[in-house]
Write a protein of this length. Structure first.
Length: 516
């Protein structure tokens, strides 16, 4: 562990950050041993068992699933029904969720079941908690969920692993779930009535991916602000575009925060624009309007946090088992519409930031617009200058990554398909939206990595040419980049540098604007 933190599952709210800490193995997880919490869980399962003894009709417990809800299950076959649910849903394809994503899924599902209205046993929660604590990671295919009736197919791989079936990643290798449980000295779970449905019939996969996406987007938002400041400095831009009085008259709070960040980064130069820029009143939009673009993401993040955390801390399976009122409530809380909207919205705002940075780079490498810097920010001089091409290819790659990110912004939620004999006739596509959002973030982070190279090169060239020195914050940032990336004097492959920067970015190694 890199941090000492313990997260206890007791039905209390969790934050996006809690899920991300568990996903990154920076926190321990435990199931509450508080008597009141455990009694609440037991009341639900005991109420359900009493209903079965009294011949109550409960969807997914004494009936088939989905459009088979009118099929009555003979009492002697009821115990087998949960196994059949995860068995026939073993149809996932695509890549496997990575370890961080899988840990987040386990945390999201445990959090929902810990609300105490799913009718599950304390033993199921203990098995889930043990998987998190010992890093037993079911192999979960990413594709196959329509995001209503829950993430049925991907979560079937969690249910199966808890029961000792299918494969898990454990102790550095993929192995049968039964072998991992044996190593831990734990027995495979035998699911009770409704427990298969409780594990699978919820939004844990899309919500887990949404938590990870939100955290990555938050960091991209801050890094884009810092990169914009570097690009204003490198291109001899006009720092007065970020003036506090200017932004006071258009009071979008996030936009104002972004402007304040850039203004603070440029503070040393704000009253002394570079000589060649004294007569240029207005920079091009990608610099002048950067707070207006990045600010959309900054303003959206708090709202999207609310949607994601509400889902995270909800009971989102069906039916709801209210033991306190002795009611079985049939509904549709498995529907992932809020997460779908959050992810469709987030990927749009993030892709716009990628596009902004792409436009900034296009200005920086072009001698028509970079105000005296060499073509393609090449560091070569003299007789060798003609054969060197600087960041020419990097700008092409940034354009490719940006175009792909923009292509991914088509909202997934509008592509509802009627499935399962028209029982699931309107679905959220929330999990597809979340996967799309993560891909947009991956591409945008690649753009950011390239912009870090450009910032290092451009600021150094401006300093050498005009003697422009950034303020203390940007000086420290530039010094860090210079330690990581050699100045591009002669053409060289930059892929190794880019991969290293990408890794540092995803570990959030740069403390930005008050981050710890």
């Amino acid at each position: 562990m890199t941090e000492s933190r313990s997260i206890r599952f007791d039905g209390s709210p969790l934050s996006i950050e809690d899920v991300c800490l568990l996903a990154e193995m920076k926190a321990d997880a435990s199931l509450s041993d508080a008597p009141a919490f455990r009694a609440r869980i037991r009341r639900g399962s005991e109420f359900l068992e009493r209903l079965l003894r009294e011949d109550g009709v409960v969807y997914g417990v004494t009936t088939g699933y989905g459009d088979s809800c009118t099929v009555v299950i003979p009492p002697e076959l009821v115990p087998e029904l949960p196994h059949h649910l995860f068995a026939y849903h073993g149809v996932g394809l695509g890549r496997m969720l990575d370890p961080a994503e899988t840990r987040a899924v386990l945390a999201a599902r445990l959090q929902s079941l810990a609300q105490g209205v799913s009718g599950v046993s304390i033993e199921l929660l203990e098995q889930l908690a043990a998987f998190i604590a010992h890093d037993v990671l079911p192999q979960i295919p990413a594709e196959g969920s329509v995001g209503a009736s829950g993430d049925l197919t991907p979560l079937s791989y969690v249910a199966a692993a808890l029961c000792g079936e299918r494969d898990v990643l454990f102790q550095g290798r993929i192995q049968p779930a039964a072998a991992a449980l044996e190593t831990l000295g734990r027995q495979p779970l035998r699911l009770r009535p409704k427990e298969g449905l409780a594990i699978m019939n919820g939004t844990a996969v899309m919500t887990a991916l949404a938590c990870l996406a939100w955290q990555r987007a938050d960091y991209v938002c801050k890094l884009a602000s810092r990169l914009t400041a570097c690009n204003v400095l490198a291109s001899a831009g006009n720092a007065h575009h970020f003036d506090e009085a200017l932004f006071a008259v258009k009071p979008h709070a996030g936009q104002q925060r972004v402007a304040a960040r850039v203004r603070a980064d440029l503070a040393a130069d704000s009253d002394k624009p570079a000589a060649r820029n004294e007569q240029r009143l207005q920079d091009r939009y990608s610099l002048r309007c950067a707070p207006h673009v990045i600010g959309v993401l900054e303003d959206a993040l708090p709202f999207l946090r609310q949607l994601i955390e509400n889902e995270l801390n909800s009971a989102n399976d069906n039916p709801i088992i209210d033991a306190e009122r002795e009611q079985v409530l049939h509904g549709g809380h498995f529907y992932g519409g809020h997460v779908a909207f959050a992810m469709d919205s987030l990927k749009n705002a993030v892709a716009n930031v990628a596009d902004l940075l792409d436009r900034q780079l296009a200005l920086l490498v072009d001698t028509r617009y970079n105000h005296g810097l060499p073509s393609n920010l090449s560091g070569a001089s003299g007789a060798r200058a003609p054969i060197n091409h600087g960041l020419k290819a990097l700008q092409i790659s940034v354009s490719a990554w940006t175009a792909e990110a923009l292509k991914q912004t088509m909202p997934a939620s509008v592509f509802s398909r009627s499935t399962e004999c028209h029982n699931q006739d309107k679905v959220s596509m929330g999990t597809i939206a979340a996967r799309d959002c993560l891909r947009v973030l991956e591409l945008t982070e690649q753009v950011c990595a390239a912009m870090l190279v450009a910032a290092r090169q451009g600021v150094a060239l401006r300093r050498a040419q005009d003697g422009v020195l950034p303020g203390a914050v940007l000086q420290a940032f530039q010094a860090d980049l210079e330690r990581r990336i050699a100045f591009v004097a002669e053409d060289r492959a930059l892929d190794v540098d880019l991969l290293a920067l990408l890794g540092a970015l995803r570990k959030r190694e740069w403390a930005l604007y008050g981050d710890a």
